[in-house]
Design a binder for this molecule. Structure first.
Ligand SMILES: NC(=O)c1ccc[n+]([C@@H]2O[C@H](COP(=O)([O-])OP(=O)(O)OC[C@H]3O[C@@H](n4cnc5c(N)ncnc54)[C@H](OP(=O)(O)O)[C@@H]3O)[C@@H](O)[C@H]2O)c1
Length: 183
């Protein structure tokens, strides 16, 4: 049986846990990024994700290498892309997606917050779950989410996407409106 295919943008950073979980579930996972990850995500059988060298600032080239590595239409797109290049990257990879493939997009607190709201999904026709990253309060202080907390929150949205649930905005952690300088 052909494995389901997932394209994970930003999947070698804080979303590495998402890539690893998809691999564990038998997905063929493609990770475009500039630098080869030091310890690539693998599943329990040692099968790894397919990393390809690509840069968000050259979206057509990114889409070309990702298309080849996917080997067929992607059944899922998970995307953490900095807001300056978000639209161009998402539009470039749109043709790589199967017609109804869901999208899970991750936003930092500068892109999505109580003042500005959450950006509209870019890829019409693809049900989109949006994940907004916040902060955690502990002992009177706030801290960023750990990579594990981020991956766990994004995976909840992935499961919702794969269950065919309607588009939704998922908040992970709390807003800290006084700090607008995050990603
Ligand atoms: N509210 C929150 O909790 C919150 C929100 C945002 C960020 N953060 C924290 O901030 C840290 C840094 O954020 P970050 O954006 O550096 O996230 P990151 O997930 O740690 O790394 C960014 C990911 O995107 C890839 N990437 C970056 N620039 C790229 C480009 N031009 N082309 C292709 N791929 C690119 C990176 O791989 P390459 O570098 O190999 O290209 C990597 O896979 C995170 O680790 C996270 O802990 C926290």
């Amino acid at each position: 049986m052909v494995a389901r295919r997932a394209l994970v943008l930003g999947g070698t950073g804080m979303l590495a846990g998402v890539a690893a979980a998809l691999l564990d579930d038998g997905w063929h996972v493609v990770l475009p990024s500039r630098r080869r990850p030091g310890s690539p995500a693998t599943n329990g059988n040692g099968r790894g994700a397919r990393w390809v060298k690509a840069d968000w600032t050259v979206p057509t080239a990114l889409a070309d290498v990702a298309r080849e590595a996917l080997g067929g239409p992607a059944d899922l797109l998970v995307a953490w892309v900095h807001r300056e290049v978000r639209a161009s990257v998402l539009r470039a990879v749109r043709p790589l997606l199967a017609p109804d493939a869901p999208v899970v997009e991750v936003h930092g607190s500068a892109s999505a917050n109580p003042v500005g709201g959450c950006p509209d999904p870019i890829l019409d026709g693809h049900p989109t779950q949006q994940v907004v990253l916040g902060y955690l309060r502990h002992a009177g202080r706030t801290r960023w989410l750990t990579h594990e907390e981020i991956s766990s929150g994004v995976l909840e949205a992935v499961h919702r996407a794969l269950a065919g649930k309607p588009s939704h905005v998922h908040q992970v952690g709390e807003f800290r409106p006084s700090l607008a300088g995050g990603r």
